[in-house]
Design a protein around this ligand. Structure first.
Ligand code: ARG
Length: 274
């Protein structure tokens, strides 16, 4: 048990309502076009998430949904913002290509000037995670290893490349979550990573919270922390006590409809770091 209390810091998030969310193609093992999405329920679940962020004192900015881009609700993939600098996305699959431009247009319209349009495939915060010391960067399914160098050069932060090996955990944010970005505190599911990457994580984060396979499969790593409150899928029950023991407050949410697209809390949330 930790004695000093955790302190939340106010965050600014970019989200996109799932007004046109559906599963019409399959680009990850969770997506089955034969399983219908309940759009009304998806909207309610998304609104609950947005309202929860607002209740926790965070700011939520909105991106306009495009009827031709059914995955746009997964706003985390559209860019990575650190120190107010925007690294645009370049999607691996043609079905999502146009989302990158929609994000760039939003940043340009909202006063951002340090914007880099990437040369290499990167799916935004799907594969980039920010700790105080590093930019953790996933590869193996979506983002190109070349995007890691590109991000390091643009942000001037040391990038740690991590190889994903299980197709169910195709983005870094399905297998690893930063709990405290003012320190280097994370939780992750080792089974999603190559042996070498597992060894790197164990070396850099010896005190990490290790998630079970069940909690990973419930998308428990696809969570958003403000340094104290950890908003996470409600089915990842095995994480609640270990989080509390570390002084965090689990905030369970139901994003069951989004899971049909292969995403949950974090996928719906892009953090705009000042
Ligand atoms: N259907 C989307 C895809 O496969 C889901 C993206 C989930 N986003 C995330 N940050 N993991 O691209």
């Amino acid at each position: 048990m930790r004695s000093s209390p955790r302190v939340a810091s106010p965050r600014r998030y970019l989200m996109c309502p799932p007004a046109h969310f559906k599963v019409t193609y399959s680009i990850n093992p969770w997506m089955d076009p034969a399983k219908p999405v309940d759009l009304r329920l998806a909207l309610t679940q998304w609104e609950d998430l947005r309202d929860r962020y607002l209740a926790l004192g965070h700011t939520v900015e909105l991106l306009d949904p495009d009827p031709d881009l059914p995955d746009m609700v997964f706003a985390a993939n559209g860019a990575t913002v650190v120190d107010g600098r925007v690294l645009g996305a370049r999607f691996a699959h043609p079905e999502r290509t146009a989302e990158a431009a929609a994000h760039l247009a939003w940043f340009r319209a909202h006063g951002y000037t340090e914007i880099h349009e990437p040369d290499h495939v990167n799916e935004g915060e799907g594969d980039f995670a920010v700790t105080s010391s590093y930019l953790l960067a996933g590869r193996g399914f979506r983002s190109s290893p070349l995007s890691h160098d590109e991000a390091q050069e643009f942000f001037g932060r040391p990038v740690i490349g991590l190889e994903l090996v299980d197709p169910r955990y195709y983005h870094l944010d399905t297998a690893l979550c930063v709990l405290d970005d003012a320190a280097d505190e994370i939780m992750y599911y080792p089974g999603a990573f190559s042996p070498g990457s597992r060894a790197v994580l164990a070396r850099l984060f010896p005190g990490a919270l290790i998630a079970s396979e069940d909690d990973a499969a419930a998308f428990g790593l696809n969570s958003v922390s403000d340094g104290r409150n950890v908003v996470l899928p409600q089915a990842a029950t095995g994480l609640f006590d270990p989080l509390r023991e570390r002084g965090f407050e689990p905030v369970p949410m139901d994003l069951g409809e989004m899971l049909k697209g292969g995403g949950s809390v974090k996928c719906c949330t892009q953090e705009l770091r000042p």
